[in-house]
Write a protein of this length. Sequence first.
Length: 234
Amino acid sequence: MTNVKGAFSAVLGEFIALGMLYHAKKLERFMQKKTDKKWALEPVELVSNKTMLIVGFGDIGAACGKCAKQGFGTRVIGCKRRPEATPAEHLEMCCDQVISLEQLDEYLPSADYVVGVLPATPGTLNMFNAEFFAKMKKTGVFMNIGRGPTCKDVDLAEAINAGTIGGAVLDVYATEPLPESSPLWECKNVLMTPHCADQDPEYLNRAMEIFAENLAAFKQDKPLKNICDKDSGY
């Protein structure tokens, strides 16, 4: 069978790559100019000279890093609880270095893209908040493809509107569906999708393959894949 877990991660990596280009190439502004039928040149940015910081550098985070590093030449910094447990493949192909959560504040101010790939646990609730965004670059872009409750949406909207950060790329939200009253709807420089970044036409097929593999392993009393540690929450 194909590596279906890897396929899930790769789709999300492509979404993050899209988000990088969305901001670097100022697609929102150019789409508005198209609507206004306005021919107005302005410079766009490269992503090859940017730095990406991935908070939650597991399989999905590594896939995002691989797209950025291998595809664009972006400098990639992974951040996780136990950097020493990073697989050799991730170190070689998906990042330039891996840091611990305790080092996050040191690297946050230099990151052009900050990608949240955290699980929802008591320790990660509202981790991305006003204090966090205040430590980012003013031009920095926050991207969340982890779990919605890790980000305080109101603080994010305020940070964008106040110019504390440059924008966002979001597929997950603290409350889903996102209420019409959410200030995120009105924010500029935000690419938003309704928690569907990994749901291409093959989504259910991949999910069923994972289930079938685990069912066969369970019947044969073999180890299961993608086990969730109930103590850590992921």
